[in-house]
Design a protein around this ligand. Structure first.
Ligand SMILES: Nc1ncnc2c1ncn2[C@@H]1O[C@H](COP(=O)(O)OP(=O)(O)OP(=O)(O)O)[C@@H](O)[C@H]1O
Length: 258
C-alpha cells in the first residue's frame, strides 16, 4: 500500500470553549479522491482547516510526506497544500484571469512545476482558462460574477497551483447539476497528479466520484473505508438520522432519503 501523503491522528480542536473536533483520524494517499461526509456541525470544515494549517489542533499528530507537521516550515507546508474554504471573500478588484495567474504563481515555486517562466505568462493563463472552461468569464471582474461562477473560478485558482494535496470545502455547493458533474469529472482527472480531499453533502456525488470516504459525527470520525462500503453501512443512516433507501443503478447504488 502507498504511504499516506498526509496522516492525521487523534485530532482535537478547542475554540471559544467549544470542541468542534474531538478525536478525528484521516489519511490521504497520492492519487486519491477522499470524501468527508457528515451532518451539519459535525466538524468537517474544522478538520479541513487544521489540515490546511489555518487552525492549530489542541492535540493529535499530523504527518505530511512522512515528516512531522512541526518539522515543516509553514511556507513549505502551504506550498504543498491548497485550501479552498467554504466561503472565500476576495477584497481586491481582481479579474478572473488575475486570479488564475495568482493561483498558478503559487505553484511555480515547486520543483517539478511545469511552468518555467518567472511569472505566469499569458499562455499559461490561457491554458488554465481552457482547462477549467472559463472562456466566457476570463475578463470579468470577480465581484460581478454569480455565486456559482465565483465558486468555479476559485476552484480553478486553487487547483492552478498544482499542489500535492487540494482540500476543498463543499466545492459543488453553489453549482447547478451540469457544473457539478463537470467539476467532479475535472477533479477525477486532477487526481492523476494530486490527492484531493472534498467535503461533500451530496452522497450520490460521493458514490460516483470519490474513492474513499470518512464519515464524521460530533467531531469524530465514525467510519472510514471505500465509498461503496461506507455508504452501504447503517452507520450512515444513524449519523444523518435519516433512513436511506439504497437503489441499485448500473454499477452504483443511489441513496434516497425516505
Ligand atoms: N470559532 C468557533 N466558535 C465556536 N464554535 C465553533 C467555532 N467553529 C466551529 N464551531 C462549532 O463547531 C462545530 C463544527 O463546525 P464545522 O464548521 O467544522 O462543521 P461542519 O461539519 O463543517 O458543518 P457544515 O456541514 O454545517 O458546514 C459546529 O457546531 C460549530 O458551530
Amino acid at each position: 500500500m502507498t504511504a499516506p501523503l498526509l496522516k492525521a491522528s487523534n485530532l482535537s480542536v478547542t475554540v471559544n470553549g467549544a470542541r468542534p473536533l474531538d478525536c478525528a483520524n484521516i489519511d490521504i494517499a497520492a492519487g486519491e479522491v477522499l470524501g468527508i461526509l457528515g451532518p451539519n456541525g459535525s466538524g468537517k470544515s474544522t478538520c479541513l482547516k487544521v489540515l490546511a494549517g489555518v487552525l492549530s489542533p489542541a492535540s493529535g499528530t499530523i504527518q505530511l510526506c512522512g515528516r512531522d507537521w512541526a518539522a515543516w516550515q509553514p511556507l513549505e507546508r502551504a506550498r504543498r497544500i491548497a485550501y479552498l474554504p467554504q466561503q472565500a471573500d476576495i477584497y481586491w478588484d481582481f479579474r478572473v484571469d488575475d486570479l488564475l495567474a495568482l493561483g498558478a504563481s503559487r505553484g511555480q515555486r515547486f520543483a517539478g512545476w511545469p511552468f518555467t517562466t518567472a511569472s505566469t505568462g499569458a499562455t499559461d493563463v490561457a491554458r488554465l482558462v481552457q482547462e477549467f472552461e472559463l472562456e466566457a468569464l476570463q475578463r470579468r471582474r470577480f465581484d460581478t460574477l454569480s455565486g456559482g461562477e465565483q465558486a468555479r473560478v476559485l476552484f480553478a485558482s486553487a487547483a492552478a497551483a498544482r499542489p500535492a494535496i487540494l482540500l476543498a470545502d463543499e466545492p459543488t455547493a453553489s453549482l447547478d447539476v451540469c457544473h457539478q458533474l463537470a467539476l467532479m469529472r475535472r477533479l477525477r482527472e486532477l487526481a492523476s497528479d494530486m490527492a484531493l480531499v472534498l467535503v461533500l453533502h451530496d452522497l450520490n456525488l460521493a458514490a460516483r466520484f470519490v474513492d474513499r470516504v470518512v464519515l464524521f459525527r460530533d467531531g469524530r470520525t465514525v467510519l472510514e473505508g471505500p465509498t461503496a462500503a461506507v455508504l452501504a453501512s447503517p452507520e450512515v443512516d444513524r449519523t444523518f438520522q435519516v433512513r436511506f433507501q439504497r437503489l441499485p443503478m448500473g454499477e452504483q447504488t443511489l441513496l434516497m432519503a425516505e
